[in-house]
Design a protein around this ligand. Structure first.
Ligand SMILES: C[S@@+](CC[C@H](N)C(=O)[O-])C[C@H]1O[C@@H](n2cnc3c(N)ncnc32)[C@H](O)[C@@H]1O
Length: 221
């Protein structure tokens, strides 16, 4: 008998705690909730993670897809050179993380839902609609904005966008998120720890931007 892949949050969190990185339980829970939200209507969804490191957040999002939407995929973008921090504060250069990342997503049983993209976010040639974008690369204003803007034209009208480290220790993240909320029609949907999720209210979401229309007409769904 094949066992159904049930969503078991406490098991997912236990697996996550065994992976190096920087995600608290409450933040992981919000990632799970966001993944459940964007996959609720069924069909193949596209999730994008910027900044995977050793795969701590990747195993959480991958486990959500395994249980809720196995036809969906998580694109996990990271050059895996081991550089973390914020360019305007302190950058720490560690060891490359790709081998650990692969071992961790394999060990967590989520590798088949994850497409690793070994690149800087803004060098990825992207072309498909995105349902969930998780931004957790470098945490200075320039990099957060560059990560977001590179993918923003592809966000589906009802997409969820999550930023990690929305906190006083990374003022660039706070400044950028506050700006898109104040000026660009994004609304805070939820917060947990230093994770913040934003979305576009339904009315505005119903009006796709010209870029979204172009993308949707180009990509076979
Ligand atoms: C804070 S760590 C990510 C932590 C991870 N999400 C977790 O749950 O542990 C930041 C990662 O972002 C990656 N990174 C830095 N700049 C990037 C960029 N422009 N595009 C993609 N990844 C980037 C680094 O290589 C590093 O592995």
């Amino acid at each position: 008998m094949t066992m159904p892949a049930l969503l078991r949050p406490s098991e997912i969190l236990a697996t996550m705690r065994g992976v190096g990185g920087w995600l608290e339980d409450s933040e992981a829970e919000l990632l799970l909730a966001a993944a459940a939200w964007v996959t609720r209507g069924g069909g193949a969804r596209t999730l994008v993670e910027i900044g995977s490191y050793q795969g701590r957040s990747t195993v959480v999002l991958g486990a959500a897809l395994r249980a809720l939407s196995p036809e969906s995929r998580l694109y996990a973008i990271d050059p895996h050179q081991g550089t973390v921090g914020a360019a305007d504060r302190r950058l720490s250069r560690g060891t490359p993380t790709f081998d650990a990342f692969c071992a961790n997503i394999e060990g967590a049983g989520v590798a088949r839902f994850v497409e690793p993209v070994r690149s800087l976010s803004y060098e990825v040639a992207w072309s498909r609609p995105i349902d969930l974008l998780f931004v957790d690369g470098l945490h200075d204003r320039l990099n957060v904005e560059r990560d977001f803007r590179h993918f923003a034209p592809f966000l589906a009208p009802s997409a969820a966008v999550l930023f990690h480290d929305y906190a006083s220790y990374y003022p660039g993240v706070v400044a950028f998120v506050d700006e898109i909320v104040a000026r660009e029609g994004w609304e805070v949907a939820a917060r947990a720890g230093s994770m913040i999720m934003v979305h576009r209210p339904e009315q505005q979401a119903a009006q796709p931007t010209p870029a979204q229309e172009r993308v949707v007409s180009q990509v076979p769904l």
